[in-house]
Design a protein around this ligand. Structure first.
Ligand code: PEP
Length: 252
């Protein structure tokens, strides 16, 4: 954790959540955050797109931001079932995740597609969270750092800046499995990402690099203490405020 970068704790609800229960989770999170006068971190919830407008309304006036989980590279057009970044913004989102490994794997999203989506998110005025991470085979094959380099170099828009761009390092094998890399492994990858960013951006030192993959209350403090870890992207443990809050508490 760094003094110069404000931590971001982001929740990715994936395809989970119905209106009534979701609003209750936001209300509970608001209540918990209110107990801290000025929370020293940013909190973001990325619910399914169907809930963005309602949760943005429920979070209004609080320090909770609402984001999308994906966007299309185009602003409009014949793309049945897709959502444009402008539409996310219109619904009340301020952020958007792109390049999550489930999108890369399930929808064949390449670095080039992820980059186009990130550009679209930035054009729409959203802060973009660009996900990168190696598979288990890549890690076992000693390819982690080269895979990460490739993803960072080829998924980030040219216009990316620290104010509008966040990187999330999520080892694919750690997502939803209960497994996490050692703090040393996380430190090595985050330092590597920071070095890659230096070659790409003027304000690379200010870019937040989140760790994601089986973060929970019991391991968050150890992971958030690692150098160059500026917060977390959390799946399963972000669904309930009672599970998400202990993770937030490690950085406020
Ligand atoms: C994720 O999918 O972004 C994620 C980190 O999931 P989990 O926390 O459930 O491993």
């Amino acid at each position: 954790m760094s003094q110069q970068r404000r931590p971001l704790i982001a929740g990715n609800w994936k395809m989970n959540g119905l209106a009534a229960a979701a609003a209750e989770e936001i209300a509970e999170l608001r209540r918990l955050l209110k107990e801290k006068e000025t929370p020293a971190c940013d909190v973001l919830i990325c619910p399914p797109a169907t809930l963005i407008a309602a949760l943005a309304a429920a979070a209004r006036g609080s320090s909770i931001a609402i984001g999308g989980q994906d966007c299309h590279a185009n602003a409009s057009g014949a793309h049945t079932g897709d959502i444009a970044a402008e539409m996310l913004k219109d619904a009340g989102a301020t952020h958007c995740i792109v390049g999550h490994s489930e999108r890369r794997a399930d929808h064949g999203e390449t670095n080039a597609i992820v980059k186009a989506k990130a550009e679209a998110a930035l054009r729409a005025g959203l802060t973009v969270l660009v996900c990168v991470g190696e598979t288990l085979a890549e890690r076992d094959g000693g390819k982690t750092l080269s895979v990460i380099s490739d993803q960072v170099k080829n998924s980030l828009p040219q216009v990316a800046s620290a104010a509008t761009t966040v990187i999330a390092y999520e080892p694919v094998w750690a997502i939803g499995t209960g497994k996490t890399p050692t703090p040393e492994d996380v430190a090595a990858v985050h330092a590597h990402i920071r070095a890659e960013l230096k070659a790409l951006m003027n304000d690379s030192e200010a870019v937040r690099i989140l760790y994601g993959g089986s973060v929970k209350g019991s391991n968050a403090a150890e992971l958030m203490a690692v150098e160059n870890v500026d917060g977390a992207l959390v799946g399963g443990a972000s669904l309930k405020a009672a599970d998400f809050w202990p993770i937030i508490e490690t950085v406020i």
